[in-house]
Design a protein around this ligand. Structure first.
Ligand code: MG
Ligand code: MG
Length: 249
């Protein structure tokens, strides 16, 4: 069931999104060669606590950290650990927080030092696809309008679109209906209504579409082990148009 949010609830989600944006901006700035993904998680935990929120991912279905850190061929759900980032890597940082009972979810992929031109291009196109999807998050459109815009952008460059994982409703919980796929499938295709709040999150492989789950039962990697990018915003669908509630840029 899709839960429409009233103005007061959207205010609450906007506040959570504002705090989350500050956290992601700090984490982006911390990324550098030699930094461990566990260092990023420690920063996230400290900031979330200091800013009065709660890490929504920590303990969610048993996830052991406040953020997901997915390096290179990892698509999503990477677990922070002692691995040191190296120049040329990319790391996706995905964070969800709860603040005052409201939830926001966002992700950014950050280049470490200098990355190869083809990887730089992958990041640019994945980010662009997120914005093309957000542009379609309008009252009267359907979920498939978001999905199609993302898919066309990614496929026009020949990249792989991750299908088993997708965006979602968010706001009163970290994951709500509806699903927001990054491709046009045959599933439910609800009409977008004022008060819907959705997390839009393209996940894009430099190679093929397929992904596999690693033995840690969390980390999703591209099957061909090509690098993968992931960007996400929480977006409110309002009569006036889409509003990004997690402006981490
Ligand atoms: Mg999400
Ligand atoms: Mg996320």
């Amino acid at each position: 069931m899709i839960k429409l949010k009233n103005g007061k609830q959207i205010d609450g989600i906007r506040s959570a999104g504002s705090v989350l944006s500050r956290i992601l901006a700090e984490l982006k700035a911390q990324v550098a060669p030699g930094v461990r993904t566990a260092d990023l998680d420690a920063t996230a935990r400290e900031l979330i606590g200091r800013l009065g929120g709660r890490a929504a991912f920590l303990g969610y279905m048993g996830f052991p950290a406040a953020i997901c850190t997915s390096v290179n061929e990892a698509v999503i759900h990477g677990i922070p650990n002692g691995r040191k980032l190296r120049s040329g890597d990319i790391v996706s940082i995905d964070c969800g927080i709860e603040l005052g009972g409201f939830y926001a979810d966002a992700a950014v992929t950050v280049p470490v030092g200098t990355v190869a031109p083809d990887i730089e291009q992958l990041l640019q196109v994945t980010h662009e696809s997120l914005y093309l999807g957000i542009e379609q998050a309008r009252v009267g459109n359907r979920v498939n309008d978001i999905s199609r815009a993302i898919y066309r952008c990614i496929k026009s460059r020949g990249y792989g679109v991750v299908r088993p994982y997708c965006g979602h409703g968010v706001g009163l919980a970290i994951h709500e209906d509806p699903q927001i796929p990054n491709y046009v499938g045959s599933g439910k295709n609800p009409r977008l209504k004022p008060g819907m709040v959705v997390a839009i999150e393209p996940m894009v492989n430099l190679g093929g579409d397929d992904v596999v789950l690693l033995d840690d039962d969390w980390t999703v990697v591209s099957s061909d082990r090509t690098v993968s990018a992931h960007y996400e915003h929480t977006v409110a669908i309002l009569e006036s148009g889409p509003e990004i509630l997690t402006p981490w840029e």
